[in-house]
Ligand binder design. Structure first.
Ligand code: SF4
Length: 411
C-alpha cells in the first residue's frame, strides 16, 4: 500500500509543514543515513520565481536539505537540468537558489554540464538512455517537483520531473520532446499514450527515487502550463516514498484520475508503485479538502484569441506551441485587436495547404517546427518558444508587453 502525507500549507509555513510531512512518513532518518550523499532534484525549468507557480520554492528545498544534513548526510547536491536551451545555473540563481547554497554542505549543480552514464534498457520506446552520473552515485535521491497541468502529458508532478527534467539538452530536443510529434506505430502502442508518455516511464523506471516532496504552494494550470498559464494557490505540501502514489494523489487534485494519465499509468503497470486511491493511505489532510477549478492545459481551443489573428494550425501530436501561443494571444487580446493589421500565425509543421502566403498580412512563424516552413515574415524560435516578449515584439507591439510588465514604454 502506498502512503502519501498531504498537508495544507501557506507560503509562510513551508519549513514547518515539510518537517511534519516527513515525520508522518516515519521521519527523515528512515531514508537518510550518516555520511550519505543526497541529490535533490527541484523543478527549475526556467528562470521564473516560484511565486509564478512554475518552479520549486528554494525555501522548500532548503528545508529538505537541512533535514538531510541534520540526519547525518555528508553533502546535499541540488541538481537541475532546466528546459532545453536554458542555463540551469542561471535559472537557479534567478530563482534564489544561490542563497540556499553554501558551497560546501549544500551545492548547486547543472546536470547538463555533468557526466552522463549511457544505459541500455528494455523500454517501451527507448532502448538506451543517458542518466546523470551524480544520480547513479547518490545514496539518496529526493525529487521536489511542482504541481502543474501540462499541455502534452496532462500533469507534471514527480515522475515527469525525474525523467525529462534530468536529461541533457540533446536528449530533450531529439529523443524526448520531438518524439511527441510521432504517431503511434500500433494500436497496442497507442494504448500507452504518446511516445513522450512512454519515454517518461522508460527513463523514470531506470532512475532511483528515495522520496518525492511536492511543492504545491502554487501550481500552474490553463493554456500555456507548465511554462506560462495561470497561477493557482493550491497551498499544499505532499511527501511519499511511492512515486506513483504521490503522482496519483496529485493528479486527482489537478482533476484527473491517474489511470487516464498515460505516464503515471505506464509507471503503475511497470510495478513502480500504487495508483489506486483506495489502496493509498493518505495521512494528514484529506484529498477532498483540496477542490480547485482546474483549466486543463491541453485545451488548445482558439477561443479567446484576437479577432484580427488567423492561426494556421499545422500541429498534430505536439500541442506545446499551440498552447503557449494561444495563452499569449488571449492574454493580450484587447490590445492586439486595437492594432490596425491582420496577423497570420503559423504553428506546427504539418500544413495541409503549402501555398505560400500571397496576401499582405503580417506573417509570424511560431516555434521551430513552423520555422522550417518560413517564407518571409517574423520567426519566434523555441520548442516551444519561451519568451512572451519575443512573440509580442515579433508583431511590432513591444509596448503592449512593456505596459503589461509595468516597464518604461519610452525606452
Ligand atoms: S516546435 Fe512546437 S510544435 Fe514543434 S515539437 Fe517543439 S513545441 Fe512541439
Amino acid at each position: 500500500m502506498g502512503k502519501v502525507a498531504l498537508l495544507k500549507c501557506k507560503p509562510n509555513q513551508i519549513k514547518e509543514k515539510v518537517h511534519k510531512a516527513l515525520d508522518l512518513l516515519g521521519g527523515i532518518s528512515e531514508y537518510v543515513k550518516k555520511d550519505d550523499m543526497v541529490v535533490i532534484k527541484p523543478n527549475v525549468l526556467c528562470a521564473q520565481d516560484h511565486e509564478t507557480g512554475a518552479t520549486t520554492s528554494p525555501v522548500l528545498v532548503k528545508a529538505v536539505a537541512d533535514m538531510c544534513l541534520n540526519a547525518g548526510a555528508e553533502k546535499v547536491i541540488v541538481a537541475e537540468s532546466s528546459n532545453w536551451g536554458i542555463d540551469s545555473m542561471e535559472a537557479m540563481k534567478e530563482c534564489g537558489y544561490d542563497k540556499i547554497a553554501d558551497g560546501e554542505k549544500i551545492v548547486l549543480m547543472d546536470l547538463k554540464k555533468g557526466e552522463f552514464v549511457k544505459k541500455d534498457i528494455d523500454g517501451l520506446v527507448l532502448k538506451s538512455i543517458n542518466i546523470p552520473k551524480v544520480l547513479c552515485d547518490a545514496d539518496v535521491v529526493i525529487n521536489c517537483p511542482v504541481l502543474k497541468a501540462h499541455t502534452m502529458t496532462k500533469v507534471t508532478i514527480g515522475i515527469k520531473n525525474l525523467s525529462v527534467g534530468i536529461s541533457s539538452d540533446e536528449d530533450k530536443q531529439h529523443s524526448l520532446h520531438r518524439i511527441g510529434l510521432y504517431p503511434p506505430l500500433s494500436d497496442e502502442m497507442e494504448k500507452n499514450g504518446s511516445w513522450l508518455d512512454q519515454a517518461i516511464c522508460d527513463i523514470n523506471s531506470n532512475t532511483n527515487t528515495t522520496l518525492t516532496v511536492v511543492d504545491g504552494i502554487y501550481g500552474l494550470h490553463g493554456k500555456g502550463a507548465p511554462l506560462f498559464g495561470d497561477k493557482i494557490n493550491t497551498n499544499l505540501i505532499m511527501a511519499s516514498d511511492d512515486r506513483v502514489s504521490i503522482d496519483s494523489v496529485g493528479s486527482k487534485i489537478l482533476g484527473h484520475d491517474a489511470m487516464e494519465v498515460h505516464h503515471i499509468r505506464n509507471s503503475y503497470n511497470r510495478g513502480m508503485g500504487e495508483i489506486d486511491l483506495d489502496k493509498i493511505e493518505v495521512v494528514g489532510d484529506k484529498i477532498s479538502d483540496f477542490k480547485f477549478d482546474i483549466n486543463q492545459s491541453y485545451n488548445t481551443s482558439l477561443n479567446g484569441i484576437p479577432s484580427n489573428v488567423t492561426v494556421i494550425n499545422g500541429c498534430k501530436n505536439c500541442k506545446a506551441c499551440l498552447s503557449t501561443m494561444t495563452y499569449v494571444l488571449s492574454r493580450h487580446k484587447d490590445e492586439i485587436e486595437k492594432m490596425n493589421i491582420h496577423i497570420n500565425v503559423y504553428v506546427g509543421k504539418y500544413f495541409e495547404d503549402k501555398k505560400l502566403p500571397s496576401d499582405r498580412r503580417m506573417h509570424i512563424y511560431y516555434g521551430n517546427c513552423a520555422g522550417s516552413h518560413i517564407y518571409g515574415g517574423g520567426f519566434v524560435p523555441g520548442c516551444p518558444p519561451r519568451s512572451r516578449r519575443q512573440f509580442i515584439q515579433s508583431i511590432g507591439a513591444l509596448d503592449i508587453y512593456k505596459q503589461d510588465e509595468g516597464l518604461d514604454t519610452d525606452r
